[in-house]
Design a protein around this ligand. Structure first.
Ligand code: CP3
Length: 359
């Protein structure tokens, strides 16, 4: 089976990729763009492949199919970034934790609540079990190189804290009481889990970089639930450790951090983790972020996915406000959280036109 793009997606050569320049700290205008969850159920062509795959994990571990859905939003919209199609929970899965995606229920894991559960995690198996995901990176990069050499391939992982939330809780939650409780009741145990995740995530991201990922993103969706002292310990410190290790081997690979709902701690996160770009959530005021985050650190975000569902004048007004606040900065236009499955695909095309006009 062939995985590819048609030539009109734009052939170019060299390292002149707008997204890589922007996430590395250069102000590019109009800003490059991509959307979190841009490959997904709002696209009929995704639903078609998803139905054939027979399960979400199967889709993530079948390289031809995963590469195909990674490329779909590039073909349809000409985004500047392609994000590897996978999931943050594939790292616990690769360490041997039971995982399934139940229809309409989200992810379900065999929860880890004690020392034996943490000790049973198979860190040394991650590269082997996740090999199909690295193959997806290779296939996608080859397809992008051949036909659309302006598109950057973004690899990703979940941040240790957010992944630990799911591993301990066993499922999605509004508050992750069990996981956050463990961080207070047994910080030594929670710390061992976080350290295991730091090691697994570093290795997993290194393998993606070796396979051809050109930028790496760390998703910390639940970071904003933590009080400041816990945020420093479980979000900033582990992220800084991962970034330091990645930069030792790949000094120039740009890293994007997404500390969702970090609020006023966004500046400290930017300064202390060493990420090249900080992704803003929907609640972040871009003007505040611009003042709190050092000028050489890029920003990404942060349109509300609901404005994208609304479309029309509401979408246009929101998008233009963000563009106005970010002009002159290293910036990548994106959503402030993942695209929703009820999003009309034509609204994404409208957003692309607005952003390409530069506001
Ligand atoms: O296009 C992309 O952005 C790349 C792929 C990607 C997925 N998940 C695919 C996916 C990425 C980067 C993620 C990240 C992810 N996964 C996060 C962090 C970002 C965020 O949204 O806060 C989290 C917390 C997860 C865990 C997860 N995966 C949940 C809670 C769910 C269920 C919710 C849902 O929308 O069904 C998933 C499933 C999932 N991951 C889907 C996709 C496209 C839907 C699966 C399907 O097709 O049935």
């Amino acid at each position: 089976r062939e995985v590819g793009l048609t030539a009109e997606a734009g052939a170019a050569t060299g390292e002149n990729k707008p997204l890589l320049r922007a996430v590395s700290g250069e102000a590019v205008w109009p800003p490059p763009m991509w959307l979190m969850r841009q490959a997904g159920r709002y696209l009929p062509e995704y639903r078609e492949v998803r139905a054939k795959a027979g399960g979400f994990i199967k889709l993530c571990t079948t390289p031809e199919m995963a590469a195909e859905v990674t490329l779909q939003p590039i073909r349809r919209y000409g985004m500047d970034g392609a994000i590897l199609f996978s999931d943050i929970l594939m790292v616990p899965w690769a360490m041997g934790q039971g995982l399934r995606f139940a229809e309409g229920e989200g992810p379900v894991l065999d929860p880890i609540r004690d020392a034996a559960g943490v000790a049973a995690l198979e860190l040394e198996k991650v590269r082997e079990r996740a090999a199909p995901i690295f193959e997806t990176v290779r296939l996608t990069r080859a397809a992008l190189n051949q036909h659309a050499n302006k598109v950057s391939l973004i690899g990703f992982a979940g941040s240790p804290f957010t992944v630990a939330c799911y591993m301990v809780e066993g499922h999605g939650s509004k508050d992750f009481h069990t996981a956050r409780g463990m961080a207070f009741n047994d910080p030594a145990l929670f710390g061992r889990l976080i350290r295991t995740l730091v090691d697994a995530t570093t290795d997993y991201l290194l393998a993606q970089a070796e396979a051809g990922a050109e930028a790496l993103m760390l998703f910390d969706s639940w970071a904003g639930m933590l009080p400041p002292s816990q945020f420093r310990r479980w979000v900033i410190e582990p992220t800084a450790t991962i970034v330091r290790s990645l930069k030792r081997l790949h000094p120039s690979i740009p890293i994007i951090g997404f500390p969702r709902l970090a609020g006023p701690l966004i500046g400290e996160y930017a300064q202390r983790t060493g990420v090249n770009t900080v992704a803003m959530d929907t609640a972040m005021d871009p003007r505040f972020a611009a003042s709190a985050v050092p000028a050489n650190v890029g920003l990404q975000g942060n349109l509300d996915p609901l404005a994208l569902i609304a479309g029309g004048a509401a979408l246009e007004a929101e998008a233009r406000q963000i563009l106005a606040a970010m002009r002159g900065r290293p910036f990548v236009f994106n959503l402030g959280h993942g695209i929703e499955k009820i999003t009309p695909p034509e609204n994404v095309a409208q957003l692309v036109r607005i952003v390409r006009s530069g506001g």
